[in-house]
Design a protein. Structure first.
Length: 131
């Protein structure tokens, strides 16, 4: 009887250890922070941004809250280059974003407004000759 109980305890211990060690195959963390306008220093509130990780297929849309805060969940574990992009602003990148399993990496971004290109049609000068 003691051997059966010991075997049951051992098997249960191995099962729990194996489950805890694998993390269900999802090794992810989170990235959160604030996005502000670099010129006005005001938060870019209630805005949608695209977050991408360089050299990875990871891409997600994030939406800032009223204070310009965002949270990006389920980011693969590892060191990444995070790129934040929005129409009307230059894409901004942050190198060395180290995402660890179950932890939150804090990073803030200052978005620089994109310079608008003014397109004016080329008008050739008209030369008037009087005879």
């Amino acid at each position: 009887m003691k051997k059966i109980i010991l075997a049951a305890v051992f098997i249960t211990g191995v099962s729990v250890y194996g489950f805890a060690g694998t993390g269900n195959g999802t090794e992810t963390g989170s990235v959160q922070g604030t996005i502000i306008d670099a010129e006005t220093k005001k938060p870019l509130a209630n805005s949608t941004f695209t977050a991408m990780i360089k050299k990875s297929s990871f891409q997600k849309d994030i939406i800032t809250d009223a204070n310009g805060n965002f949270k990006l969940s389920n980011v693969p574990v590892g060191e990444h280059t995070l790129i934040i992009d929005k129409t009307g602003y230059r894409a901004t990148r942050r190198e060395g974003v180290m995402v660890k399993e179950g932890l939150v990496y804090k990073v803030d971004f200052e978005m620089i407004p994109a310079e608008e290109e003014i397109h004016q049609p080329f008008i050739s000068p008209i030369t008037i000759h009087s005879f």
